[in-house]
Design a protein around this ligand. Sequence first.
Ligand code: TRP
Length: 462
Amino acid sequence: MFNVQYSMNLDRGSFASKVGIILATAGSAVGLGNIWRFPVETGSNGGAAFIIIYLACVLILGIPMMTAEFIIGRRTHTNIASAYQQLAPGEPWFLTGYAGMLCVTLILSYYSVVAGWTLKYAVSSALTEMSTVSDTAAYFADFASSTWSPLCYSIIFLLITNLIIERGVEHGIESFSKVLMPVLLLIMGVLVFGALSMPGAKTGVEYLLKPDFSKITADVVLSALGQAFFSLSLAIGCLSTYASYFKDDVNLGQTAASVVSLDTAVAILSGFIIFPAVFSVAGVQPDAGPGLVFITLPNIFNHVFGGLPVLGYIFSLLFYLLLVLAALTSTISMHEEVTAFIYDRYQVSRKRAASVMTIVSIILSVLCCLSIGPLKDFTPFFGMGFFDFFNYLTAKFIMPISGIFLCLFVGWRLKRELVVEEITNKGTLPVPAWVCSLFIFFLRWIAPVIIALIFVNELGWG
Ligand code: TRP
């Protein structure tokens, strides 16, 4: 029995190199959360002060919780549901794994809608259609609320995701991330440089660097925590699934620290692209919501380079390409979590498992798309349509609850020796004993309490 399990696990494939591991995992973390959601949250929560709280959250909660997720995956080398079953046989912990898979499926279904929008904007930029739009707000509203176009773009996005997943862990996920992530960083570099040289960029930079501490309220802290979770892909099994492909000599804590740093760097850099650009034209506070990236920015690309439209064209194309690439490495990671479960559990090929997940995601994604367009008035879920409801249910309920269970599981249920073995790679890494103790103490007492506070507060009971 042990052998069967063992050989089955080996067949799953693994990441080949440590750089590949960091880039693939950072690819999961870096996404629309960083480039689309982070600036919006920063804008609506007061700028620099929000960023400071956000940084505290990713460093304090992010690194230990990511390491905890890695432990579950790397220890068992299997999908998230089976991982809980192997580590705590006959106990209901595996339900956390199922909740994680449900959550990631729902996130993927609305995430792919926004990913579809980015694809549409990249295509329109490439075809120069974007640069002829005079009313960008009307353009966005027309597109997002139409029936077929957004639907086709999100389906295409899911099919591209499927193609990469089908190629497997090393030749699909890893090799794509190894190309896409450096390209992404390069594009960011060019855009930051460009944005900073725009007229009036200084106001945007000040907005990001000069904190106004009077703006910090409980709500700002909670938004920062929620953003940290989403941006790091934490708590719902996505990172455990990637860690199930890590080899046994990977340093889990260090990998978590690298991924968290990369993710945070990308979020801050996108702030340095978007705010200088936004302030350069209007000199006003950016608006919140999808409008920032899909309405305000295209307007800027079209106007700020009035004398040199070719620059506007290049900027717009690069920016939306950046969004597409970032979203793609994230949709891959969400898709992989469920694909891994299907092929592990039902012993079908990776290709077949991937197509099942793709079909499910397409159906759900179509519902989300329609709920913004023709089904706008169909709001059966407490007054919300599919898109908003999936977003609400995952971010406000499933993610925080799963996060608490993750901490409790690794902190209390797993044996201390097992946890120490995983962080020190069976004693081969020089991790001091006090670091291990602090890590376990943190997962037992601190992290679950912080998350519980967010949860209660977000529900409006705090
Ligand atoms: N972190 C990604 C982003 O910032 C989104 C994402 C990918 C995600 N996998 C996840 C979010 C798992 C929550 C859970 O865009």
